[in-house]
Design a protein around this ligand. Structure first.
Ligand code: PLP
Length: 353
């Protein structure tokens, strides 16, 4: 039926992106989608409440000027270097629609964020998935030239590995590439370095950020990107007119202004990340040193899918990932101390049996 009614071939052929499970009932311990284990800044909540009692009969500011000014202040830029998005997934969609047409090539590393492939498929574009090397760096094949190459995505820190390329390494990739390099910094607040400064002197570097992870606002849906003003102006033509609502613009602006909340939260998450990694290592897991709010781990005994299912049956969700031709493992988000203790207890029981 969908075929007869003319759904585009590119859409019929795609599988669609499957987000991590989001149970709506019960009290599952959710360590599967890298949400913050703690609630957001109370200043953000107050700003959302104030906006809700404000003028919701009016359309929101189409470009989120209040947020652009706050983010520009934070990074020492002008507001026209900032573009707001309905989550950073919205920005990744806008980027793909702006740069990648039918038959063009979109490149990204693997294993990494699975959504990039879906975005290319919607455009009827081709993908070039370049494997990370064993040490999670990228070789010359990541910067090789192709007449149809239009856009490159690089999650940094990467998901699911949690590994980080330095700004110097990213700058070198950008210099070798003939097209824009989008550095997806969803997890950069948990890392030791970031690439926002590269945008100033590398015309082809674009950085995306989200408030879903480090700011504890996954439910609000807000992200932003940093790029040269001439690129931002083009992307404004592509985005939905009102892609961010009045509540999210208000909440995000207050959240980004509350820098002491962010510092305190990140400090807590990093301490919990260290204890999660240590607990997993004590159970015999190989844990990749992480620069994000999750860890990637494998067990020499394998059986990762049954560990995932066993945890799930006990109400603990982690992300089981399998990448064709590469292997599988578990990506486990940092949780509260109690959540992590429950996780490690159940894993210990399963591994003992
Ligand atoms: C979580 C995540 C995003 C999406 O974040 P939203 O702002 O919630 O859409 C983008 N990229 C990576 C690598 C992520 O892990």
């Amino acid at each position: 039926m969908a075929e007869e009614l003319g759904v585009r071939e590119a859409v019929l052929a795609m599988r669609g992106y499957t987000p991590g499970e989001q149970p709506r009932v019960g009290k599952a311990i959710k360590l599967n989608t890298n949400e913050n284990p703690f609630p957001p800044s109370s200043k953000a909540i107050a700003a959302i409440q104030a906006a809700a009692t404000g003028a919701l009969q009016r359309y929101p500011d189409p470009v989120g000027t209040a947020f652009r000014m706050e983010a520009a202040r934070k990074w020492g830029l002008e507001p026209d270097w900032i573009l707001c998005g309905n989550g950073s997934d919205d920005l990744l969609t806008i980027l793909t629609r702006t740069f990648v047409g039918e038959g063009d090539l979109l490149r990204f590393p693997t294993p990494s964020y699975v959504l990039y492939r879906t975005l290319a498929q919607i455009q009827g574009a081709r993908v070039d998935e370049v494997p990370f090397r064993a040490d999670w760096t990228l070789g010359d094949d990541f910067t090789s030239h192709d007449d149809r190459l239009r856009l490159v995505f690089l999650p940094n820190p990467n998901s699911p590995s949690g590994t980080l390329l330095s700004p110097e390494q990213v700058a070198r990739l950008a210099e070798q590439l003939p097209c824009p390099l989008v550095v997806d910094e969803a997890y950069a607040d948990f890392a030791t370095t970031c690439c926002i400064d590269l945008v100033r002197d590398h015309a082809n570097v674009i950085v995306t950020r989200t408030l879903s992870k480090s700011y504890g606002l996954a439910g609000l849906r807000f992200g932003y990107l940093v790029a040269r003003p001439d690129l931002v102006a083009q992307m404004i033509k592509v985005k939905d007119s009102y892609n961010c609502d009045a509540l999210s613009i208000a909440g995000a602006t207050a959240a980004v202004a509350d820098e002491s909340w962010l510092r305190g939260n990140v400090e807590q998450v990093l301490a919990l990340r260290a204890s999660l990694a240590e607990g997993l290592e004590q159970l015999g897991f190989d844990v990749v040193p992480s620069q994000a709010n999750f860890v990637w781990c494998t067990h020499p005994r394998g059986g990762h899918e049954s560990l995932y299912l066993g945890l799930k049956s006990q109400g603990i969700l982690v992300r089981y990932m399998v990448y064709d031709g590469w292997g599988d493992g578990l990506r486990i988000s940092v949780g509260t101390q109690d959540q992590q203790a429950a996780l490690l207890r159940v894993l210990a029981e399963m591994l003992a049996s």
